[in-house]
Design a protein. Structure first.
Lengths: 195, 431
């Protein structure tokens, strides 16, 4: 049996069409299950910004070869400063606090706390963007790469935070739901076998 | 004459004291022990035969013969029994030698009717005793203790000790409350003209000074084993060295180790490192009994009470006319002027039962409670411990935002899909 199609599916590069189809599938699920409440302005701003950044990433991954080196060095600063801009500009305009969307709403904090968390996040992102430019201009490419990946620790922290307070409860809820379904199925099958 | 259907190895010669002998036929009962097998004797329903295993060497058989012969010649005087109970066998003492082809193979003894008796082991568990037709109460148990102590005391007066004294070797007559001791051929005998050791011991009933060494003072060993049996009989089967240790690492797993280290938690002075098990009712025992238990388990070997002391103390409680045992408000027999141990035990068990039911209920409710907690978390409808702690520490009130409206799991999954998409995009840009 020829295993190559499976190899390609698992380890080969993904064509733009496959990537689009997969993204559309996942996004359609998210759209179908979207909350009935209207999204806050900060959520919309984040959605639009990340939509644009995602489209840009898609363009560079599939259509620009090789990637310009100047752009490579600027990439982290772009995303950090974009986030910082959203965090620092949207709240004064009455759009809510983007940090709440990034961290998750587990902690029901007062506006004052969210404001300061938001500002802290924004300033931290500005700092990271500046540090990235400093490392790109002063250090060797290899050292800059090391710095770039070390900054991923902050991303990981946010992921862990969200995993703990949001994903685990969802996983528990889904597990309970599946357990109930499995129990009902077992009872049904048992009744079929006993009758 | 031997009939044709008789198997030759089942035919034996019974030699009574005075050298009177008669041929008998043995029939297997299926009961077998470490040293020999029990056979019934055809035509003699009141007797059974113990035939040593065929693997027993001639030298050992010769020792056994010597011992059995001495026992035949020195039947001990036993505690008196009323005339109507004369058929009760208190000791499975040898009554005759059994020879096969003129060689010693075993001995005959009076049969203990198992239908009328139950193992002392069963009395350690009231439910088991009830299933065997014995409704245990403190009056009966104290009488059994007294009868056992009296019987052992008679043996000690003849310098005979049991050594391997344990509930399994003792039978109790359900109606008459007299006891019967089995395996008499394993007793320790130490008289001026004859001596025979008893090497068999059971660690759970072995005095601390004889662990890992030979029993040099068999009467002291019997006193310890008797005290242990009495404690267990009166305390619902709880062994005196069963407890709850404060330091689990140093607490021996085996009872033998605890006996060796003297970890007795039921003394009038509490033990420093072991606590009593919650179900124990020893605090309802009278002072003289508790004093004897303390001397038996918590004091040096030389101050351990001898069996005679147990007989003296127990005789008061076993005698109905002494007034030392009286009914409680619920009709259970108890030690006079002491709390009722049966009521105490029932209260402890009821408490344990309530706790057990509560635990089961909590376990059953756990999935629902978890589900509730998860839903509250997803819908943000339960207060944040972080904020509660902050409010408590800082002593000022937050202007609390209204919690976000509740969302379903599907809505939460949709939001997380978007969040993860954003994360992947950020990863590409920053990485």
């Amino acid at each position: 049996m020829d295993q190559r199609p499976f190899d390609r599916l698992l380890v080969g590069g993904m064509s733009p069409l496959t990537a689009l189809i997969l993204w559309a599938l996942v996004f359609s699920i998210a759209w179908r299950w979207r909350p009935p409440q209207p999204a806050s302005p900060s959520a919309w701003v984040l959605l639009i910004a990340f939509g644009a950044l995602g489209a840009c990433a898609f363009w560079f991954v599939y259509f620009v070869h090789p990637e310009p080196q100047g752009f490579t060095l600027w990439k982290p600063t772009v995303v950090y400063w974009t986030l910082a801009a959203i965090m620092l500009i949207v709240p004064p305009l009455g759009g809510g606090y983007p940090a709440k969307i990034i961290l998750g709403n587990y902690f029901v904090l007062a506006n004052r706390e969210w404001r300061w968390i938001n500002r802290g996040f924004g300033l931290f992102c500005i700092l990271l963007g500046c540090l990235n430019l400093a490392a790109a201009s002063q250090a060797s490419y290899k050292e800059w790469e090391g710095f770039k990946w070390s900054c991923m620790v902050f991303l990981l922290t946010v992921v862990l935070f969200r995993m703990m307070f949001v994903w685990l409860p969802i996983l528990a809820e889904v597990s309970i739901h599946l357990y109930r379904r499995a129990t009902a199925a077992y009872r049904y099958l048992s009744s079929l076998l006993s009758s | 004459m031997i009939s044709a259907e008789r198997k030759p190895d089942r035919v034996a010669q019974l030699v009574w004291p005075g050298q009177r002998s008669e041929p008998v036929t043995l029939a297997a009962t299926g009961k077998s022990g470490g040293a020999g097998e029990i056979f019934s004797i055809e035509g003699m329903p009141g007797f059974v035969a113990k035939i040593y295993h065929a693997t027993t060497s001639q030298a050992v058989l010769a020792k056994y013969r010597h011992k059995i012969q001495w026992m035949l010649d020195h039947t001990p005087a036993l505690p008196p029994i009323p005339a109507e109970y004369q058929d009760i066998v208190q000791l499975a003492w040898p009554e005759a030698l059994i020879l096969r082809r003129a060689r010693f193979v075993g001995f005959a003894m009076r049969k203990i009717t198992f239908d009328r008796t139950l193992e002392l082991d069963y009395l350690l568990n009231r439910r088991q005793a009830a299933q065997e037709g014995f409704d245990a109460d403190y009056g009966k148990l104290l009488t059994v203790c007294f009868n056992l102590a009296s019987l052992i005391n008679c043996l000690h007066e003849r310098r005979i000790a049991i050594v391997d004294l344990k509930p399994m070797n003792v039978k109790v007559h359900k109606a008459e409350l007299y006891v019967s001791i089995l395996d008499c051929d394993g007793f320790h005998i130490d008289t001026e003209e004859f001596r025979h050791d008893a090497p068999q011991v059971t660690p759970e009933y072995l005095a601390p000074e004889f662990h890992d060494k030979a029993v040099t003072h068999p009467e002291a060993q019997d006193s310890f084993a008797l005290a242990t049996i009495i404690f267990r009989l009166l305390n619902y089967g709880i062994h005196p060295f069963t407890g709850v240790a404060s330091d689990h690492d140093k607490y021996p797993l085996e009872l033998a180790g605890r006996i060796q280290q003297g970890l007795y938690p039921y003394g009038r002075v509490a033990h420093r490192s072991v606590r009593k098990v919650p179900a124990s009712v020893h605090e309802a025992f009278p002072d003289d009994l508790r004093q004897l238990f303390d001397r038996a388990f918590a004091a040096p070997a030389y101050s351990r009470p001898i069996v005679r002391e147990w007989v003296d103390v127990l005789s008061t409680y076993a005698n109905k006319r002494s007034g030392q045992i009286s009914p409680c408000e619920k009709g259970h027999l108890r030690f006079s002027d002491r709390p009722c141990p049966t009521c105490l035990r029932e209260a402890l068990i009821a408490g344990a039962e309530v706790r057990r039911r509560s635990f089961v209920a909590r376990v059953r409710a756990a999935p629902a409670r978890t589900l509730k907690y998860v839903r509250r978390t997803i819908r943000h409808t339960h207060s944040s411990p972080f904020q509660a702690a902050l409010a408590q520490a800082q002593q000022f009130t937050f202007r609390q935002l209204a919690p976000p409206p509740p969302i379903s799991t599907r809505n939460a999954i949709a939001l997380e899909i978007l969040w993860i998409s954003g994360l992947l995009i950020a990863f590409w840009w920053a990485g």
